[in-house]
Design a protein around this ligand. Structure first.
Ligand SMILES: Cc1cc2nc3c(=O)[nH]c(=O)nc-3n(C[C@H](O)[C@H](O)[C@H](O)COP(=O)(O)O)c2cc1C
Length: 367
């Protein structure tokens, strides 16, 4: 019964994301305030740029993976398979959506395990929800979801905003940090904590670092808004109160560029930049700000409903843009990209200054 409800909700999410505008409206990622300094004299050859890097022992051909999206339904099986085939062929990675639905229902496991069938060597992140760890699940279930996709890492997602704006939401987040700490101690794979579009602040990063997590995926504001998704779901069932909540909180959270800098400056953990990453220039800016990897989800939903070739094409465009941007800042490796100067302006610079981070340190970096 619960599985049916979750399955329906998953199908709704895909449907709403495909048909409605669920992107943030009044708040942006902040990447428009992040300026890479153009090199008129890059002194490198574009086609010899090495975009590869190794994170968690996996060699990514470019610093990018497709974010957690789905599982649990027939359509989700096709979407996961399409993404898996594409990332396998390009030596990239992907996350699967929340595996909660498959923990107690082996019938839907294949919608997730198909990822390993289609992507035997790609980097794969399993996925479990923070609120479910508070209320129900622990190390045993976390190991189960990791095994289900033979994952290289486990993502624990934080989605307080989404839970808060849906009437059936799990709004108990008490003692979650302790649960995350236990997973970090007892699992054989790295535990990555990820937001889902509202960002992570410096104070939370310090606590997560102390809890032993292996990486943080900031997933800030500027891309997909879960309040927006819930707004449309509420509208369809004529639930005025939830519709209003979704509208009010549509743009809630920390812009991705801000969250990224706060995170990079508050720990030595690898940081994943996500939330509204839409082009290879965004990826390049994120890496220049100190991210180890970037990720996007929404841009791959449409292509994944068509074919793995469509996903591959979308990924190919993005990687080509990363290569071009690296050329234009004179960085022939990711290591060099981490050292290029970046100028932060506008609201992003203002926010970081108010919060005690010095935006100008980026501008002083030397090649
Ligand atoms: C259709 C859809 C389903 C998603 N489902 C999950 C999920 O099950 N678990 C999770 O951690 N994140 C999930 N996300 C959130 C994304 O992983 C990501 O954090 C968020 O969409 C922001 O990135 P974007 O702006 O590139 O879409 C989902 C996103 C979309 C678009």
């Amino acid at each position: 019964m619960l599985d049916d409800i979750i399955g329906e909700r998953k199908a709704d999410h895909i449907d709403v994301c495909l048909k409605e505008n669920v992107q943030s409206q009044k708040v942006t990622t902040g990447f428009e305030d992040v300026h890479l300094v153009h090199n008129a004299l890059p002194e490198i050859e574009r086609d010899k740029i090495d975009t590869s890097l190794t994170v968690f022992g996996y060699k990514f051909s470019a610093p990018f993976f497709v974010g957690a999206m789905t599982g649990g339904t027939e359509q989700a099986t096709k979407i996961n398979a399409a993404i898996a085939e594409a990332v396998e062929s390009l030596h990239l990675g992907m996350g699967v959506g929340s595996q909660r639905i498959a923990i107690d229902n082996p019938k839907v496991e294949r919608s997730f395990s198909i990822v390993r069938e289609k992507a035997p060597t790609a980097f794969v992140l399993a996925n479990i929800g923070g609120p479910q760890l508070v209320n129900k699940y622990g190390v045993k279930e976390a190991k189960k979801v990791v095994d289900m996709v033979k994952a290289d890492a486990l993502a624990v997602h934080l989605n307080a905003l989404q839970e808060a704006v849906q009437p059936e939401g799990d709004t108990n987040y008490s003692n979650l940090l302790q649960k995350i700490c236990k997973l970090a101690q007892e699992l054989d794979v790295p535990v990555v904590v990820k937001e889902t579009g509202a960002g992570i602040c410096a104070e939370d990063v310090v606590m997560l670092d102390a809890a032993g997590v292996a990486a943080i995926d900031v997933a800030g504001v500027g891309g997909t808004s879960w309040a927006a998704v819930e707004y449309y779901r509420a509208k369809a069932r004529k639930d005025e109160a939830s519709q209003r909540l979704g509208e009010t909180f549509w743009d809630w959270g920390i812009p991705t560029a801000v969250s990224l800098v706060e995170t990079v400056k508050s720990s030595r953990l690898p940081v994943i930049a996500s939330g509204g990453i839409r082009t290879g220039v965004d990826v390049t800016k994120a890496l220049a700000l100190g991210a180890s990897l970037a990720s996007a989800t929404y841009p791959f939903l449409g292509p994944a409903t068509k074919s793995s070739e469509d996903v591959k094409k979308a990924l190919g465009y993005l990687v080509a843009e990363v290569r071009n941007a690296m050329f234009l800042v004179g960085a022939n490796s990711i290591e060099k990209l981490h050292q290029v100067p970046v100028v932060l302006t506008g609201k992003t610079s203002e926010w970081l200054t108010v919060r005690g981070f010095q935006p100008e340190v980026y501008a002083r970096r030397k090649l």
